[in-house]
Ligand binder design. Structure first.
Ligand SMILES: O=C(O)CCC(=O)C(=O)O
Length: 267
């Protein structure tokens, strides 16, 4: 992670790295999603109650199977994302060496008119979702790598957040979280196909309904925790039939010591 990336992640609670996947990698991931379209089902609508700006005609589409367990070659694009050197590099810095997969990967598929989700995260003391700075470096709890497989442009909808709110001391009222009052602080994040959006779950964030008719939103989310804690139930074992040592290490249960430090890339 270079100085610019550290500065922006610490400041805002999120960071977009563009062009991390090649065009061929994005195309292969999209082909794998299309090949497994029968495994995608839409959630019930109503994630945000009756919040008018978040309503939509259908719920978001999600995979019913972990894409890391697809047959070759369909799992390959997701396995590339899972242990991508840039991801390892960022989470070695933010979560610390020995970080682990907490849950996911999951797909968010949105079509025109798919509903949003009210803002959530942060604002209370939560020992599994936090941001702090001490001894010269950031320390974070549960964080997300959200790979973008289609372009997200200004006005499209999708991921929104209140930048810097992972460090905020006051709780915004429910009217702001439901977008019923505009305090001028909610920001829609723009990210191209092939980019990865990193964010801290302590950041106040949510989802706007998807607007484009010519493009689905397709995002693959991996959620990671520091090596000693778990937000979700720890995995009993790595579900990948032929795991690499890196994949096994990322599926290891929470433990303070003796964890494998993975190597990232020079950024
Ligand atoms: O990507 C999104 O639209 C929001 C994801 C989200 O709310 C979460 O992962 O907690």
């Amino acid at each position: 992670m270079n100085d610019r990336e550290k500065f922006l992640f610490d400041l805002n609670g999120y960071l977009v790295l563009e062009d991390v996947l090649t065009h061929a990698e994005v195309a292969a991931a999209n082909a794998a999603i299309e090949h497994h379209a029968d495994l995608i089902s839409n959630r019930e609508t109503g994630l945000s109650g009756n919040a008018a700006k978040l309503k939509g005609g259908e719920g978001r589409g999600e995979f019913s199977q972990n894409p890391l367990t697809f047959q070759h070659p369909w799992c390959d694009p997701f396995r590339r994302m899972f242990t991508h050197p840039r991801l390892i590099d960022v989470f070695n810095e933010v979560l610390g060496p020995g970080f682990r997969l907490d849950h996911g990967p999951g797909l968010i598929r949105m079509q025109r008119g798919t509903e949003g989700h009210r803002l959530h995260g942060g604002m209370t003391f939560d020992p599994s979702q936090y941001h702090s700075f001490s001894h010269g470096r950031m320390h974070a709890g549960l964080c997300v790598a959200a790979w973008q497989l289609t372009d997200v442009r200004a006005g499209d909808g999708g991921f929104v957040c209140i930048p810097g709110s992972h460090k905020a001391n006051y709780r915004p009222p429910m009217e702001v979280l439901r977008l019923e009052q505009d305090w001028g602080c909610v920001h829609q994040v723009v990210a191209g196909a092939g980019s990865v959006l990193f964010f801290n779950e302590a950041l106040v964030h949510g989802t706007l309904p998807w607007q484009p008719a010519d493009r689905e939103r397709r995002s693959i989310l991996f959620k990671f925790s520091p090596g000693h804690i778990s937000w979700g139930s720890p995995h009993a074992q790595c579900p990948i039939a032929d795991p690499t040592p890196e994949e096994e290490a990322l599926y290891a249960p929470p433990r303070r010591s003796g964890r494998t430090e993975l190597r990232g890339s020079e950024s």
